[in-house]
Design a protein around this ligand. Structure first.
Ligand SMILES: Nc1ncnc2c1ncn2[C@@H]1O[C@H](COP(=O)(O)OP(=O)(O)OP(=O)(O)O)[C@@H](O)[C@H]1O
Ligand SMILES: [Mg+2]
Length: 279
């Protein structure tokens, strides 16, 4: 991947000049060194993760796939700093991760919105707390609410939304913080096919425009190969990395063609799919 600018506005709509509401976060390197994680104190129970080594270079888009219960969410939460690993270390830009931080935004598998805030309030809460001037907050929330198709429900509360709408609100909230690292746990799992495809495209464009480091969990191998610069596969519990390869689609060659129509895409998807079936 080529050099990315260190500071870019956070989102452009297609064909639109860069927006002025930039947080301008810097891409960051994530290192996971020899991580084994066990929940609870029973040493006879299988750990959730074993010996996981993973380096995410600044600006990479890693897609993490694997069977249910293999530790994908656990790995994201370790990177987010919700808890520390039983063994090993997680570093961001060389510093041990011991707490959550504004540089790491997480979209959870189940949307977790503040029920007392409106949809707009949920999207604005992070930038508001980090001191974004009032007049920019509205522009920021308008932009992200439009992106995820929630502009017309901006004044409603989360309980008035469907599950998919809540998830879209959570995506908007995470992106509005302009974190350098975006951790996404099956963010599109609850969406209809059309919305999913639109948000995949938008996420790709956001990543291209901002150079954020993204770790994206999905059960869809097709989505992983389409979005990721690298696909990482975890084995069934205890989760260990059994595949970690860049997505190379020479047939694409900057042509702007739909990668999913390439024979290399189909072959890679089938290869990873059969591996997940076999692990
Ligand atoms: N807080 C917890 N306490 C005890 N065990 C846990 C906890 N969180 C996760 N686990 C266990 O750790 C293992 C990995 O869970 P995790 O949620 O990371 O899996 P996953 O790969 O994200 O699965 P899915 O695809 O179903 O979301 C599972 O066996 C799960 O039961
Ligand atoms: Mg999970």
């Amino acid at each position: 991947m080529g050099e990315r600018p260190k500071s870019k506005p956070l989102l452009r709509r297609r064909g639109e000049a860069p927006a002025a509401v930039a947080g301008g976060s810097r891409p960051e390197r994530i290192e996971v060194h020899g991580v084994t994680h066990r929940f609870g104190t029973n040493k006879r129970s299988a750990p959730a993760l074993v010996g996981v080594d993973l380096t995410v270079e600044p600006g990479e888009f890693i897609c993490l796939v694997g069977p249910s219960g293999c530790g994908k969410t656990t790995l994201l939460k370790l990177i987010a700093g919700f808890f520390e690993p039983t063994l090993g270390a997680v570093l961001v830009n060389g510093e041990p991760v011991v707490n959550p931080g504004a540089d790491r935004g997480m979209v959870f598998q189940q949307p977790t919105l503040f029920p007392w805030l409106t949809v707009r309030g949920n999207v604005e809460i992070g930038p508001r707390m980090s001191g974004t001037p009032h007049q920019q907050l509205r522009a920021l929330s308008n932009r992200y609410l439009e992106l995820v198709g929630l502009a017309d429900v901006a004044d409603q509360r989360p309980h008035e939304l469907s599950g998919g709408m809540q998830q879209r609100c959570a995506i908007a909230r995470a992106l509005a913080n302009d974190p350098a690292i975006v951790l996404m746990d099956e963010p599109f799992g609850a969406l209809d096919a059309l919305t999913r495809e639109r948000l995949q495209q938008e996420l790709k464009e956001i990543w291209q425009a901002t150079g954020k480091s993204i770790v994206f969990v999905t059960h869809s191998v097709e989505e992983a190969v389409y979005l990721g610069t690298r696909v990482v596969v975890l084995s069934p519990r205890p989760g260990r990395i059994v595949y970690d390869e860049p997505v190379l689609l020479p047939g694409l060659n900057g042509s702007g063609a739909d990668a999913r129509l390439l024979p290399e895409f189909t072959a890679l998807r089938a290869r990873i799919g059969s591996m997940i079936g076999a692990t």
